[in-house]
Ligand binder design. Structure first.
Ligand SMILES: [Zn+2]
Length: 259
């Protein structure tokens, strides 16, 4: 295991905290600091020391929000936040998914995230916007004033997995993206901070979101189709289709799950 987590202040009061274990896709959590309160977005995969790492950056009270129930975002570090008495929030629609993952936290100790829920940090505010698709309970967090969107895996990060079990049909995801677009289309400087930030060679922005929305709409209505391919996943071969468009480098989907 690497010695330290990667930490960098990527915008005023916003820290990217990354886990980069050999053989694994690097994964990121974020710490957002207001004057009164801190908000941690996601809890990494294998590392258990995210709480201690955050504590070195701030003494403020903390909430932890899990953007979805995949184990590389709701991993072993959840326990440290629960032990410290911090509320840990997740959309209950992902409980079933997370319950089947090895090392899952005690789900009865998680607090239920709600659409429109606000996290008031003192001088900055984040709003919870559900974005079901990658998982049924995927959410994003929007800071309108700073034009920042913390997106987990909800819209991918240059590569996007919609081909695995638990992903919703693309028609349903397309409706989620339309609702999300309504919330952000007036934010031209929007910066998207995803759960795997270094997967994309560039800073993701509003154009990226528009590209994801365009691909999803065309795939869902059958007007576009990706190339067939196969990957090894969970010990077996998983056939799927994929395509690139605009800033989206690799959109992976299951052709049997369009609508
Ligand atoms: Zn995921």
């Amino acid at each position: 295991m690497s010695e330290k987590l990667y930490t960098a202040e990527i915008a005023p009061g916003v820290w990217q905290i990354g886990e980069n274990e050999p053989g694994e896709t690097p994964v990121d959590a974020y710490l957002i600091l207001g004057s009164e309160q801190g908000l941690v977005v996601d809890a990494l995969f294998f590392r258990e020391d995210l709480y201690e790492t955050v504590r070195k950056l701030t003494p403020l009270p903390l909430d932890l929000v899990l953007t979805h129930g995949h184990p590389d975002h709701a991993g072993r570090s959840v326990e440290g936040f629960l032990k410290a008495g911090c509320p840990v929030w997740m959309d209950p629609a992902d409980h079933e998914l997370l319950a089947h993952m090895p090392g899952a936290p005690d789900l009865s100790r998680l607090s239920p995230l709600k659409a429109g829920q606000l996290f008031e940090l003192g001088g900055r505010r984040l709003t919870v916007i559900p974005c079901p698709g990658h998982t049924p309970g995927s959410v994003v967090l929007l800071d309108r004033a700073w034009q920042q969107l913390f997106s987990g895996d909800s819209v991918g990060s240059g590569q996007f997995w919609m081909q695995i079990d638990g992903c919703l049909p693309l028609k349903e995801f397309s409706r989620s993206l339309d609702r999300l677009w309504d919330e952000v289309e007036d934010l031209p400087l929007l910066k998207i901070y995803p759960g795997h930030r270094f997967q994309s060679p560039v800073q993701l922005n509003l154009q990226y979101l528009e590209d994801v929305r365009t691909i999803t709409r065309h795939l869902a209505d059958g007007s576009w189709e990706g190339e067939e391919t196969v990957m090894e996943f969970g010990g077996s071969l998983l056939p799927y289709r994929h395509l690139a468009y605009g800033m989206m480098l690799d959109y992976c989907y299951d052709p049997k799950r369009l609508g």
